[in-house]
Write a protein that binds this ligand. Sequence first.
Ligand code: ARG
Length: 459
Amino acid sequence: MSKMWAGRASGVTDAAADDFNSSLRVDSRMYAQDIRGSIAHAGMLGRKGIISKEDSETIIKTLGEILDDLKSGKLTFEAGGEDVHMFVEAALTERIGDVGRRLHTARSRNDQVALDVRLYLRDESMSMIERLRELLLTLTDLAEEHRGVIMPGYTHLQRAQPITFGHHLMAYAMMLMRDVERIIDAVTRMNYSPLGACALAGTTYPTDRGDVAAALGFDGVVQNSLDAVSDRDFCLELASAFSICMMHLSRLSEELILWSSWEFRFIELSDAYSTGSSIMPQKKNPDMAELIRGKTGRVYGNMTALFTLMKGLPLAYNKDMQEDKEAIFDSVDTLAACLEIMTPMLKTMRVRSEVMRDAAAKGFINATDVADYLVKKGMPFRTAYKITGQLVARCIADASELESLPLAVYREYSEIFEGDLYDEIRLETCVARRTSEGGTSPDSVLAQVAYVREFLKDV
Ligand code: ARG
């Protein structure tokens, strides 16, 4: 088949080469953005008298029809083509002949593809922020509801200090809030139009790049035409932001997997988000959480692919860059799918508050509070730390707990201990007292919930 670009080259290529060269399978999803960009370009060409007003209007009207036909499925990509840009231009020319052939004046596929990817990723970033908002709202609701639920807090996966489940959930909310900020930040830097850079050097036509940029909602134009067609920083930034977000989802997934194990039993995932085993009838597996954890690897892989793709490319456009889309689109799809599973999985999980509370009651999780009790009554912290350690050793020897050790025993170690100790080391007291900013007390959790909800108002 002869190509639209047949000129010096005959345009007659080997079928396997055609197939190898084609990106339509991957970039056809940008058809709406491609047409939006072409409509803005055609409008500018008409306004600047580069093509006639009538031609500009015919092109715009026909592009609108092509968009409708693609949306409704009346026009499909089955016929194939080199890429989405060629496909749309071919459809246009088929419908309006020579008038359609005027659209590509003062433009190249190099600036066109850079534009389409920016438009597409801007749209997808907005949808991603909406998905993150849903997850954040779910986390804040759950945290508010469970602000008084006591669970063991861990370091080194060893019981450390009692915390509230609400507090634990809000830690993830803070991470995801930063993810939203990172995406917004990337979009802010990405929101400049490369169109008008043409192949690499700009053009001799009296174009108005600002006009096109404004029509497409950009904050301005990319200032250097070589940079405009060679830059894929915005892909790298989003791929990185999405990787960090996946890492957060993966850590949360890991905890959901642990917590739903028979060893922990802190939560039970809804049947709707669990699977059974084909052989072991007792099993209920947290497959969704495991898949989120697993898919994090491919999102990291996409990021690495993009960085590697770009590192050795001379200016300006190189065909290697066609490979950018498969990687970044896969990251978009994967993160979107993971967010859409995570939110309802959290909403429907059962929280076993009693099991969490029981787990916190074991393991001398309030030992820090015993030491703090002594410190508040005047003892230097290091001395208090040592005495408490000895008390813990005593409990282990007696198979007892700090809460139930008799006062007489406490007083063998220090005369400072009095009857008020028991109230001080109740888990509820330990938690409620941690009112420092960002701490685990129910009040502090409520403050964190308010902070995130306030943030979401402006997003
Ligand atoms: N399909 C190409 C890509 O995705 C479009 C740009 C092609 N430009 C060119 N001069 N061959 O990168």
